[in-house]
Design a protein around this ligand. Structure first.
Ligand code: HEM
Ligand SMILES: *[C@@H]1O[C@H](CO)[C@@H](O)[C@H](O)[C@H]1NC(C)=O
Ligand SMILES: *[C@@H]1O[C@H](CO)[C@@H](O)[C@H](O)[C@H]1NC(C)=O
Ligand SMILES: *[C@@H]1O[C@H](CO)[C@@H](O)[C@H](O)[C@H]1NC(C)=O
Ligand SMILES: *[C@@H]1O[C@H](CO)[C@@H](O)[C@H](O)[C@H]1NC(C)=O
Ligand SMILES: *[C@@H]1O[C@H](CO)[C@@H](O)[C@H](O)[C@H]1NC(C)=O
Ligand SMILES: *[C@@H]1O[C@H](CO)[C@@H](O)[C@H](O)[C@H]1NC(C)=O
Ligand SMILES: *[C@@H]1O[C@H](CO)[C@@H](O)[C@H](O)[C@H]1NC(C)=O
Ligand SMILES: *[C@@H]1O[C@H](CO)[C@@H](O)[C@H](O)[C@H]1NC(C)=O
Ligand SMILES: *[C@@H]1O[C@H](CO)[C@@H](O)[C@H](O)[C@H]1NC(C)=O
Length: 513
């Protein structure tokens, strides 16, 4: 029988990470949950190998509209609002929980972001991050971000307003979602600064396009930018927002007119100040994405880490020695950065004698970091390890020691290591683990976490890895492998040796695909 830790599920992992002090500000590496969210939020990349193939922001969150003026950024914000719209402040149910993907009549479950969730990243945390990134990519304000949303297993009640409704209905709908009338007015303006109304959805409002642009869309405020033109054009009477002007004097669908005017235009007039508009939207969109079921606890705000270690991989290299790969992100450029490590099986390196310089460095620049006035630098290390192994590492940055608050960056074990560069991606994904050859494991296995398509990340039943004779032993390690269907997934590797279970946790195969 396997030791019980194998039974720990994804939910339990998340609950433990959220409940721990890590997210209360005293960050300590490794914190894979925070590390994952922080990396995706600020670098547009997930935790894992530094050169992973998919860049969240670059591929999915450009503000430039598609050729027919549709906007990916707008899709994300509307999707998040509709998901959150099931919240009921009276009984604490519903909210941003990805239940949208299971609700009827909702053709919105197939957006680009579905390729991201993994063991630590829920669909709803991804959606919330999409709102933050879409807003800032389009020139809008910085929305503070928390993690910890949990994906629902069941659909929620209906809650999305439709434009035919009365002002009173809208006010009651937003009250149930947790917003006052004034907040409703501002939140709708903040949402409708992006995107517009589509012909296939509202053919009486929007004329069909020509053949090339059959999905014709009429922008609410004529600009793809996150700006307050939506407000100023409403106030000065120049707006072409179809939810204000309607079609041919027909006011059935003029929901924005009913919403914006519901307090005699007082709120809209205040939002004519662009700084007030930006600050109001940052606050209200932040509350929108933080609207979650009562039994879900979010983390504190995730600020950029001043020192970020990522992509740590110790593994047998090409020659007969171990190699250590990792990246270090610092807030600023440093003159000299050195990696030091301590040997696991001797004292020979402990004094700092074993060291390596970065192989390169690069400025990390994303819209969110720019908006925060930050330009961190990321150093890549890839060094052979002369002696048997590594127990911990640390850095010297311009003469100052950076050692994870005193403990060093500890590599818990070296009995089982992921060996990504010996794996392969073809019809099947071949996963390779390196196991130290000084004892024979009684079992080597892995848990994989895979997306079911659109709504959940599932931990699959364990798969055994077997000794792979086609991979010659190296650096004191034998290689074990298993081939499974799938492409990019996250996995945990385990080896049971002398009755004890060793784990190499949260590895990523994205780079292979
Ligand atoms: C009274 C409440 C609301 C009503 C009646 C309403 C109605 C609509 C309608 C009719 C459309 C056009 C959809 C289509 O053509 O498929 C739309 C689009 C949109 N709505 Fe709302 N909305 C409301 C509130 C909100 C809120 C609170 C947000 C976000 C904060 C939001 C964000 C968006 C976005 C971003 C789009 C554009 C989507 C795109 O272009 O892809 N809406 N809304
Ligand atoms: C896109 O929007 C611009 C500005 O409103 C407009 O001039 C252009 O015709 C639109 N293109 C399409 C394909 O609708
Ligand atoms: C007004 O628009 C609504 C929704 O498109 C439509 O059902 C209704 O027939 C229209 N009314 C008139 C008088 O055209
Ligand atoms: C609010 O502003 C709109 C647009 O200028 C205008 O049509 C409407 O009459 C105003 N409503 C009130 C109550 O002032
Ligand atoms: C929260 O409550 C809902 C409804 O009772 C339940 O389905 C869900 O599993 C709960 N979630 C958590 C994280 O406890
Ligand atoms: C470590 O980095 C080197 C240089 O980029 C790369 O060739 C190698 O595949 C990496 N090894 C692992 C185990 O990730
Ligand atoms: C730094 O080196 C790593 C590993 O070889 C590589 O993946 C990455 O693209 C390099 N970065 C830059 C900016 O050259
Ligand atoms: C590695 O270990 C050998 C002895 O096993 C020792 O002579 C050598 O100095 C060590 N290398 C380093 C860099 O400490
Ligand atoms: C995996 O290996 C364990 C221990 O050797 C064994 O008990 C189990 O049946 C194997 N599982 C599968 C699916 O082969
Ligand atoms: C383990 O690997 C080392 C280094 O590759 C080798 O010298 C040693 O003979 C191997 N031991 C066994 C039991 O295969």
């Amino acid at each position: 029988m396997r030791p019980s830790r194998v039974g720990f599920g994804v939910l339990l992992h998340l609950v433990f990470s959220i409940g721990s002090s890590v997210v209360r500000g005293d960050y300590h590496w490794p914190s894979p949950f925070i590390d994952t969210l922080e990396g995706l939020l600020y670098e547009g990349k997930q935790e894992g190998l530094p050169d992973r193939a998919v860049d969240f922001v670059a591929q999915l969150l450009r503000c430039e509209p598609r050729v027919n003026n549709e906007s990916i950024a707008a899709d994300w914000i509307r999707f998040a609002y509709h998901d959150m719209a099931t919240h009921n402040i009276d009984d604490g149910t519903g909210g941003l929980d990805n239940s949208i993907t299971m609700e009827l009549d909702r053709d919105e479950s197939k957006f680009d972001f579905i390729d991201f969730p993994n063991k630590y990243l829920s669909y709803s945390d991804t959606t919330a991050m999409g709102v933050v990134l879409a807003t800032v990519e389009c020139g809008g304000p910085v929305i503070a971000y928390r993690g910890g949303r949990i994906d629902a297993k069941f659909p929620g009640p209906p809650g999305v307003p439709v434009p035919e409704q009365s002002a009173e209905d809208f006010i009651e709908t937003f009250r149930k979602q947790g917003f006052t009338k004034e907040e409703m007015i501002a939140l709708v303006a903040c949402g409708h600064t992006l995107g517009g109304v589509r012909n296939p959805d509202f053919p009486t409002l929007v004329p069909p396009g020509d053949i090339e642009f059959e999905n014709n869309i009429k922008l609410f405020d004529g600009t793809p930018q996150f700006d307050n033109t939506i407000v100023t054009s409403y106030l000065d009477g120049t707006t072409e927002n179809l939810l204000v002007v309607g079609a041919n004097g027909n006011t059935t669908l003029t929901s924005d007119l009913r919403v914006f005017g519901s307090d005699g235009n007082v709120t809209m007039k205040s939002l004519a100040d662009p700084d007030h508009f930006a600050a109001t939207c940052a606050s209200l969109l932040g509350r929108m994405i933080d609207t979650v079921p009562r039994n879900v606890t979010l983390t504190d705000f995730i600020h950029p880490l001043p020192v970020k270690v990522a992509g740590v991989q110790l593994a047998p290299g090409n020659e007969d020695h171990l190699a250590l790969n990792l990246t270090l992100r610092l807030s600023n450029n440093a003159r000299q950065v050195t990696l030091h490590w301590a040997d696991r099986d001797s004292e020979s390196c402990s004094s700092g004698a074993c060291s390596a310089a970065p192989i390169n460095s690069t400025l990390v620049s994303t819209r969110l970091l720019q908006a925060l006035g930050l330009s961190p630098v990321k150093y890549t290390f890839s060094t052979p390890i002369a002696n048997t192994s590594v127990s911990k590492f640390w850095f010297e940055v311009d003469g100052k020691i950076e050692n994870n608050g005193g403990s060093g960056y500890v590599i818990e074990q070296d009995r089982i290591l992921f060996a990504p560069d010996r794996g392969a991606f073809g019809l099947l994904l071949k996963i390779v683990a390196a196991v130290r050859n000084d004892s024979t494991p009684s079992a080597v296995w892995m848990d994989t976490y895979q997306r079911d398509g659109v709504s959940t990340v599932e931990r699959h039943p364990p798969v055994n890895l077997t000794l792979d004779e086609s991979l010659p032993a190296a650096a004191g390690y034998n290689f074990y492998s298993a081939s499974i269907p799938g492409s990019d997934l996250t996995l945990d590797l385990f080896a049971e040796i002398d009755g004890k279970v060793y784990e190499e946790e949260f590895r990523d195969t994205h780079f292979m695909a």
